[in-house]
Design a protein around this ligand. Structure first.
Ligand SMILES: O=P(O)(O)OC[C@H]1O[C@H](OP(=O)(O)OP(=O)(O)O)[C@H](O)[C@@H]1O
Ligand SMILES: NC(=O)CC[C@H](N)C(=O)O
Ligand SMILES: [Mg+2]
Length: 491
């Protein structure tokens, strides 16, 4: 779940791209990059690290131009090497730079086809490089020097035909504009906005509307599933549906954890969806454990705060800030290795003992994935003197790998995989554990937009909307489990 942004402006865009990336930082902390169009040249700067560390003053000065794209990365394919950070660039048939949020499930097959059939060499293990070369090939086969929007949209239709997976993409095509598109199921988010200036309208696309908000762009709408929009360098806006007949299934985990609460995705406020998650979970707690005797509801900062607040008011129990978060430590879940994640939880969160001493507490998190956070937090609550420690997850058990842009590649690393709720509770060391039901999670989101009834829920249900090859999950686990990553790092 990387963050992507693209702007075609009437004046220099580098600093707006930078600011946009800083509010998309929660989507990827490993690397960042910006590409701009400076006349007939493409300027590119990318490196490993947080946005604020990647771009120094001199780098920014070189990123000249009135149009550009940006990316912050959380790898789901290949390595975290700088060579696989984004945007990627190809020089033929046009100069094209591309940045991508998501993951292809048939990258290897396409990569072979590109080599054998299309004479294109893929130099990394990144699926984003594959996507870029598919787009380049689809533009090349139009066999013309000057492209119209129609040609660009035909190329995107070709990309959809060959690619399987979740992808939201921004591609800078020299001489034309920014081409932005979403996979036919609309798994990964992408939103379009406009801003009036004295010189005319400017357009932007971004993973989340929060990036548009802070830059003063008005959110127009989400890019539709299978749709492409072309933000022309001449100030024009074109759009076309380049794939039809697919079910619209946005990723429900965006609402649970990935997105910022102040974003709107598919016309649903992420904040309100999380409030409804808390309400529904409260109703379940009342059903299952009417005599719970809970003294305090304690959220696990940050993401769980919203759901915990509505859960507490539904139950009529005070919410207390029992854990304080070190604001200088990033998100733990999207860190690359397990030992780093374990250390980070303790560095990141500290307990205020008086909120626990002799109390029955209900700790609330948005989700339990590997159990890294919940296990340590429960232990900390006990050490702080809690009498009983209950635990609630605003999402259902995460039992299956994610293959659409969230780095949960190995079923065996998921604490809920092949385990009952009682077994999970015992492993975490909780006195009681309660999970949200999947139907309630779905209702919490779709209540915000009646037209939205289906979601990608694969990590909860094991159902993959694009289908996956039988051996794909096995190979993914083999290549991307924590153990495999550690071995790669050591070699
Ligand atoms: O079961 P786990 O493998 O520990 O993963 C789940 C935890 O990770 C995330 O928090 P994170 O620290 O990444 O971010 P946050 O500050 O936004 O809550 C999420 O909010 C859960 O707390
Ligand atoms: N999290 C993502 O969206 C990852 C994008 C792409 N698959 C990469 O690994 O760079
Ligand atoms: Mg958390």
């Amino acid at each position: 779940m990387c963050g992507i942004i693209g702007i075609v402006g009437k004046s220099e865009v580098a600093s707006a791209l930078y600011d946009g990336l800083t509010v998309l930082q929660h989507r990827g902390q490993d690397a960042a990059g910006i590409a701009t169009v400076d006349g007939a040249r493409l300027r590119l700067h990318k490196a490993r690290g947080l946005v604020r560390d990647v771009f120094q003053r001199d780098d920014m000065l070189k990123l000249r131009g009135r149009a550009g794209i940006g990316h912050c990365r959380y790898p789901t394919a290949g390595s975290d090497d700088v060579g696989e950070s984004q945007p990627f660039y190809v020089n033929s048939p046009y100069g094209i730079a591309l940045a991508h949020n998501g993951n292809l499930v048939n990258a290897e097959a396409i990569s072979n086809e590109l080599f054998e059939g299309d004479r294109r060499h893929i130099n990394t293990d990144s699926d984003s490089e594959v996507l870029l070369n598919v787009l380049a090939h689809e533009l090349q086969i139009q066999e013309r020097m000057a492209l119209s929007p129609d040609h660009l949209f035909k190329a995107v239709a070709g990309v959809h035909e060959r690619s399987r997976g979740g992808y939201a993409v921004v591609a800078l095509v020299l001489g034309y504009g920014i081409l932005a598109f979403r996979d036919p199921h609309g798994i990964r988010p992408l939103v379009l906005g406009e801003r009036e200036t004295a010189d005319g309208k400017e357009y932007a696309v971004a993973s989340e509307s929060v990036a548009l908000d802070i830059l003063g762009f008005r959110r127009l709408r989400d890019v539709e599933p299978g749709e492409a929009v072309l933000l022309g360098f001449d100030g024009s806006l074109h759009s076309r549906r380049c794939a039809e007949g697919y079910t619209h299934t946005p990723c429900i985990f965006e609402y649970v954890y990935l997105a910022r609460p102040d974003s709107m995705i598919e016309d649903v406020s992420v904040y309100k969806a999380r409030l409804r998650m808390g309400e529904r979970l409260a109703a379940k707690i009342q059903r299952l454990k009417p005599d719970h005797g809970i003294d305090a509801i304690i959220p696990i900062p940050d993401t769980a705060r919203t759901a915990a607040s509505s859960l507490a008011s539904e139950l009529g129990i005070p919410m207390r800030e029992g854990f304080v978060k070190n604001r200088y430590i990033g998100r733990t879940f999207i860190m690359p290795g397990q030992s780093e994640r374990v250390k980070s939880v303790r560095r990141k969160l500290n307990a205020i003992d008086l909120e626990f001493r002799n109390k029955t507490v209900l700790l609330v998190d948005d989700s339990i994935v590997r159990g890294t956070t919940s296990k340590q937090i429960i232990q900390m609550a006990r050490e702080a003197g809690a009498r009983k420690v209950y635990f609630a997850s605003a999402a259902p058990p995460v039992r299956y790998p994610n293959v659409y842009g969230i780095d949960m590649p190995a079923a065996a690393e998921l604490i809920a995989h092949n385990r009952s709720e009682e077994e999970i509770s015992a492993l975490l060391g909780a006195d009681w554990l309660v999970y949200q039901d999947l139907d309630d999670l779905i209702a919490s989101v779709s209540e915000g937009n009646e037209a939205l009834q289906k979601f990608d829920t694969s990590c909860f249900s094991g159902e993959y909307v694009t289908g996956v090859q039988a051996d794909y999950l096995r190979e993914l686990e083999f290549a991307r489990s924590d153990e495999a990553k550690n071995l790669r790092r050591a070699s």
